[in-house]
Design a protein around this ligand. Structure first.
Ligand code: FES
Length: 165
């Protein structure tokens, strides 16, 4: 087991302890674990099940039922390009392709290999009057063109690069 795994289990243990090992609190427990690690790794779900005295299939069932739980590691920045009707009419498909091409995502890929970006689509961001729109970690950008959408991504990449220099 890697040092990282031991630390992950330790944090999860603290969260479970905080909820008094209460099986009825499974959803908030999973939510806090996901907030900590950005997703729910399989080994942690097994660990949660053991600590709560339930089966891993029960924990997995709950985690996969609710769409806000994610079982696969996503990028640090989750880009959601809106594909609702208003955005679709304003060529959101092209915008999505521009973002994906800029990030060099292969057809079957949603996350960059460095786990910096995940690109998804969403039904509506609630800002139809500013279509086409996308959000990045919940912050919404509207009235986008392919160029301005890519510029937002490039800005983040520059900041990330600068923080590592
Ligand atoms: S359809 Fe895109 S914001 Fe509503």
């Amino acid at each position: 087991m890697s040092v990282q795994n031991i630390l992950a289990f330790e944090k999860a243990g603290q969260i479970i302890e905080k909820y008094g090992y209460n099986r009825a609190k499974l959803i908030p427990i999973l939510q806090e674990i996901q907030n900590e690690y950005r997703y729910l790794p399989e080994e942690l779900m097994v660990y949660v099940a053991t600590m709560l005295g339930t089966t891993s299939s029960h924990v997995y069932g709950v985690a996969s039922f609710y769409s806000h739980f994610t079982l696969k590691l996503k990028g640090k920045y989750v880009v959601r390009v809106c594909d609702g009707t208003a955005c679709h009419v304003k060529k959101s498909t092209r915008l999505l392709e521009a973002v994906r091409a800029h990030l060099r995502l292969a057809e079957d890929q949603n996350t960059t290999p460095d786990f910096l970006f995940t690109v998804e689509t969403v039904a509506c961001l609630g800002t139809c009057g500013r279509a086409p729109a996308m959000s990045i970690n919940g912050e919404v950008y509207g009235l986008l063109t392919d160029e301005t959408a890519v510029a937002v991504i490039r800005d983040i990449q520059d900041k990330e690069q600068a923080s590592h220099e």
